[in-house]
Design a protein around this ligand. Structure first.
Ligand SMILES: Cc1cc2nc3c(=O)[nH]c(=O)nc-3n(C[C@H](O)[C@H](O)[C@H](O)COP(=O)(O)O)c2cc1C
Length: 314
């Protein structure tokens, strides 16, 4: 089974992809790292800073799959051409993002509102772009029953892989991924399918593999930030050691400081990682509160040193 790292804006950037492979690879590598979405610029002039995330020289190692957030199919196809020019093969289309600012513009899972527009978007993408194109989707906007009509449209196109996150747009990340609705939709999918949602342990990965051996992959997001050794454990390797986690977090912090040219900006990026990772430490509630408040790099470093004195949950 392929294990994929989910695209997560603000978390799974190029600094993270490198630190993850350095400290938990090769046994714990994701088979593919899906990059957080980029939007194709309407004036068709690439933004240097955004493209730096996808520079092949900054992304050695396991394959990276760029992701596009777009609603204009021809523009998306143009951007796919640009990405192919950089050497990327597969490009992923984001039809799942539930954020209000995205869906209000009819993008992300906002695309699932209108099957006619969705069909026209995919028709324009596939008519104007070459090479493998995958899709990441939710089940619908309001209720999972919408998925039958959405899938009917996906099935018309040569989508190389469909990643299904079985929540609806309105749910954001609330409640649980609807695995029953996912199972019900599987027989109707004419393309390879990847499951995504709420996987946090190696045991859960194995359960899904046993339940759905026909899947082409399982994608993990928050669970992999919370436990960066998750894929290694699922492949019968060791859980994360305290020293590995320390090295990994230090690399992230220094990598972000260099990338942003400011340790202060790195601190706020690190808070995003710690939000999920803090659970590796027992009795960290008080320090977690302090960590949320720190602003200065020295304050951050002091609190992190204190966290690392706590009992560790491998
Ligand atoms: C902070 C954050 C940022 C995300 N950014 C993206 C993104 O750029 N593209 C995307 O397709 N999904 C994005 N997602 C959704 C994840 O890829 C994934 O579908 C979701 O977290 C459910 O999987 P999980 O339960 O394994 O985390 C994001 C989720 C979070 C929490």
């Amino acid at each position: 089974m392929n294990y994929y790292a989910a695209p997560m804006e603000g978390l799974t950037d190029r600094v993270w992809r490198q630190a993850h492979q350095k400290w938990f690879g090769p046994a714990g590598n994701a088979d593919r790292y899906y990059a957080p979405f980029i939007s194709p610029p309407e004036n068709r002039v690439l933004i240097k800073k955004k493209m730096a995330e996808l520079a092949p020289a900054a992304n050695p190692g396991a394959p990276v799959i760029p992701q596009l957030l777009a609603k204009d199919g021809e523009l998306a196809a143009w951007m796919i051409g640009e990405l192919r020019g950089l050497g990327y093969t597969e490009v992923n289309l984001n039809l799942g993002c539930p954020s209000g600012t995205v869906t209000a513009k009819g993008k992300g899972s906002g695309m699932l509102r209108d099957p006619v527009k969705l069909d026209a978007f995919l028709a324009a993408v596939f008519a104007n772009a070459e090479g493998p194109i995958s899709v990441k989707t939710r089940l619908g906007v309001e209720k999972p029953e919408e998925f039958a009509a959405i899938l009917d449209i996906y099935n018309r196109y040569p989508i190389c892989e469909l990643t299904i996150h079985p929540r609806v747009m309105r749910q954001l990340y609330r409640g649980q991924a609807d695995r029953a609705a996912f199972a019900a939709s599987l027989p109707g999918c004419r393309m390879p399918v990847c499951y995504n949602g709420d996987v946090t342990t190696a045991a859960d990965l194995h359960t899904l593999e046993a339940q759905y051996p026909q899947l082409s992959g399982i994608m993990v997001g928050r669970g992999l930030i919370a436990d960066p050794a998750l894929f290694r454990e699922a492949r019968d390797g060791a859980p994360a050691a305290r020293e590995e986690l320390r090295g990994y977090l230090d690399d992230l912090y220094h990598g972000y400081s260099e990338l942003f040219g400011s340790a202060g900006c790195a601190v706020s990026r690190m808070k995003g990682h710690w939000f999920y990772l803090i659970h590796k430490f027992e009795g960290a509630e008080k320090l977690e509160k302090q960590l949320r408040k720190v602003r200065e790099p020295w304050e951050y470093e002091v609190v992190v040193n204190q966290i690392f004195t706590l009992p560790f949950r491998p």
